[in-house]
Write a new protein. Sequence first.
Length: 430
Amino acid sequence: MKTSVFDLFRIGIGPSSSHTVGPMRAAREFALSLPADTASVRAELYGSLALTGKGHATDRAILLGLAGETPAGVDPDRVDEILRKYAESGRPSKVVFHKDLTLPGHPNGMKFTAFDASGSVVRTATVFSIGGGFLSTDTAQAKAEVPFPFRSGAELLEQCREHSLPVWRLMLENERAWHTESEIHAYLGDVWRVMKECVDRGLRTEGILPGGLNVRRRAPGLRRRLLESGSKDPLAVMDWVNVFAMAVNEENAAGSRVVTAPTNGASGLIPAVGHYYLRWCEGTAGGIIRYLLTAGAIGVLYKENASISGAEVGCQGEVGVACSMAAAGLVSALEGTNDQVEHAAEIGMEHNLGMTCDPIGGLVQIPCIERNAIGAVKAINACRMAMQETEGHKVQLDQVIRTMYQTGLDMQSRYKETSLAGLAVNAVEC
């Protein structure tokens, strides 16, 4: 285990973790490495970053990073002002989109080149944004050994059995190898606070989402109708889960503050299911900590054994993984067993296998916003199915993770965050 919940749950801005958060981080790291005589910078984008970068604001994210901004620290309301001041700073920066080229290694490639006043190259760097805001350069950062390492779902369950620990507690003990327990609780508290604030903003903010598709924000109107109807419909709870997820993803599409969980494109699931737990399951703050730690443990398995990059494996690696994480986390919040945690995670992914990533116009709007709502409901159902089961299950989490990754690799690249196929070309009149 090399991945922390601090990495899986990143506080940042929308609309994309791989196309906004990752490039901003990469650009800032490059800017910090530059000598004083740097006069200009060129950033070149390849593969999916080039094909959908405009819709994901990748060029703006790179300029923000070059200006020294971080995804967690940048003020979404000041982005235009920051970019204007950077443009006036005297260091010209250009972003080039190579839509017909892909770098070997990953579909999300970036190349940075810095020049001095004479036009000579003073520094270059090639970086890949590998999903969830992670960069290829992150792998070089060594971490202390954890007390209960696991590389698979089977090993996770075995460690839990051997040491008589629930998944969430094992994950907490591993995190303590890198952070104090108070730091862990404080960070997860901040994560949940930002998730909650994002839901609250999304529920009250009206208007049209940016990007040119003229997609209307629906969460405020849906919330209003639910409050006014006083419906005794037994499925009204599902309507609320839908509206919580949509509120987050409408905020994400608008470039607002969100938490990658494990990506921005799938950022609505974990907040929506968490709100379901608190509102309809008599949930507690302690339960939310169990929820996030267990979701994080499942996210680690996907991150380290497969992929959470839509450009690499399609939306099964984003909404599918978030569904699996949320399902497992909800079992833990409800104090289910470790076997039920694993089963819920397996169900959550099994029924998202093969999901393509085909955003219309390269924007994280259609089908992404509704897809989060559907995924959140799936996660709750996966939890309920797992907790009702008494005789085990046939398909194991490790098998479904392996299947997801193989399926993603077999999927044609045009169905993986390129906007060259699927809904992106068949529903362009939306």
